[in-house]
Ligand binder design. Structure first.
Ligand code: CS2
Length: 457
């Protein structure tokens, strides 16, 4: 029997469930309703609703597939969230999502929701590639026409015409200056397609930066079967995560927002120090563990981090290479942060797959590794852990070892074929290389990567 509003009364007592009215207005439209959103923003919003706030139900939007809609809509938008640690798993039902809409077939409902006076926030977890940036960081209009941009343009135009307040567009993706990037890219889209809306957008809407953090492995059939065994109902949309959760948002809202801050969310003048620490230390370490860990034959983060050589390399990346590039905010202790990250990576109950982290490397390594290299390079400091990690990434994208899930996979495979092991490092990172960034590698750095690559090939 499936989890749904009609069946939740059958759940065992230990599983908490929403007691609020779920027919109240939709205040948030969320693009990219994957596992991360459900473990994070929707969970904080559920806590606000449970505490008696009204008007913050979420309409989720899937941009690419109808899978999540098929999982959640028959359950009335409900799903369970299970926290896994070394203690008994803790499961609760989250009720803040009303329904899941699919971009290409529910366009008018999505637009109605955003254009409604009840809506105050449009949020995003569309992953790095969902912002449709060209290699130089500007908007790639060709890609963007299949993303959220045209939908949002139409809905914003309706708000403008109706004289409604602007919206907070809240990016919750792992990009540096995620809000600033969203504002810039959305502005570029509107300048080209609706200059009048562009002016209104810049005057009335805001795009706060935010740092989001919670490790959320993709759920497996085994997870769902065990859950069903434990709670007596089948939940096709069940999410499994760690107990840790963090959200820091720049205090720049266009309009009302849920009192997320009552549930641990920090609303601060600038997110930058938290965001850079998270991207360069947590995500930077994750990507290193992914590529080097897969090459060492591991499947999960907790296995890779238990390997003494990989553990030492991870510590070096976080403490010696990334941390010195971060200006800590008030009360931010980067060494304690690194300790905590290692503890989180060690959690065997999470079963976080390295291959999940390895995907979309072309979109990730800029803010995770190359920014650190750029800053350390200017100081004449070398970063052996990141350079070794780059060698593992290059090996990964060769395309003949394991499947490469990356929007640029084909391009990379072709370059590998042309350049071979002798030329690949320069073809990727040299002055005319495919991956242009702030980091201008020295000859020494290029040859360190090449030697590391030869050693693992
Ligand atoms: C991971 C992140 O898949 C990845 O690239 O590094 O999803 C990571 O688990 C989250 O950012 C943690 O907050």
């Amino acid at each position: 029997m499936r989890l749904s509003p009609d069946t939740i009364s059958r759940l065992p007592g230990g599983v908490t469930r929403p007691s609020y009215d779920r027919s109240q207005p939709i205040g948030i439209v969320h693009f990219g309703i994957g596992a991360f959103h459900r473990a994070h923003q929707a969970h904080y919003t559920d806590a606000c609703l449970e505490a008696g706030e009204r008007g913050w139900m979420i309409a989720g939007v899937s941009l690419r597939s109808s899978t999540v809609a098929r999982q959640m809509n028959p359950q009335g938008g409900m799903y369970t969230l299970t926290q896994r640690s070394d203690e008994e798993p803790e499961t609760q039902v989250v009720g803040s999502v009303r329904e899941v809409l699919v971009a290409d077939k529910d366009q008018s409902v999505i637009s109605d929701n955003i254009a409604s006076p009840d809506c105050h926030i449009v949020s995003f977890t569309v992953t790095e590639k969902g912002y449709c940036r060209a290699a130089d960081g500007s908007l790639d209009f060709d890609q963007a026409k299949n993303g959220f941009y045209p939908l949002l343009e139409k809905a914003l135009a309706r708000r403008q015409a109706a004289g409604l307040p602007g919206l907070t567009l809240l990016s919750c993706d792992n990009l540096s200056g995620n809000g600033k990037q969203l504002g810039r890219l959305m502005g570029q889209w509107l300048d080209k397609h609706s200059p009048q809306v562009a002016t209104w957008f810049r005057e009335h809407c805001t795009t706060p930066d935010s740092m989001v953090d919670r490790i959320v492995p993709a759920s497996t059939e085994q997870d769902l079967a065990e859950l069903e065994e434990r709670i007596g109902l089948r939940d096709e949309a069940g999410i499994f995560t760690e107990s840790f959760s963090q959200w820091t948002i720049e205090n720049s809202f266009a309009d009302a927002h849920p009192a997320w801050d009552k549930f641990g969310v920090q609303i601060v003048p600038s997110v930058e120090p938290y965001e850079t620490a998270k991207l360069r230390m947590l995500n930077g370490a994750h990507s290193l563990l992914a590529y080097a860990g897969l090459d060492a034959g591991y499947s999960f983060v907790h296995e890779a981090i238990a390997d003494p050589a990989l553990r030492a390399m991870t510590q070096r990346l976080m403490r010696d290479e990334a941390a010195p590039t971060i200006n800590p905010g008030k009360g931010q202790d980067l060494s304690a942060y690194a300790d905590e990250l290692i503890r989180r990576f060690d959690n065997p109950a999470l079963q976080h797959r390295l291959i999940q982290i390895a995907m979309d490397g072309s979109q990730k390594i800029g803010q995770r590794w190359l920014d650190t290299l750029a800053i350390q390079g200017k100081r004449d400091n070398s970063c052996p852990a990141i350079l070794t990690a780059l060698a593992h990434w290059l090996r990964h994208i060769r395309g003949d070892i394991r499947p490469v899930d990356d929007p640029r996979a084909q391009e990379f495979e072709n370059v590998w074929k042309e350049a071979g092991i002798e030329g690949i490092v320069k073809a990727m990172f040299g002055s005319d290389g495919l991956l242009q960034s702030q980091w201008k590698p020295s000859e020494d750095e290029l040859s360190t990567i090449k030697h590391a690559l030869q050693a693992i090939s």
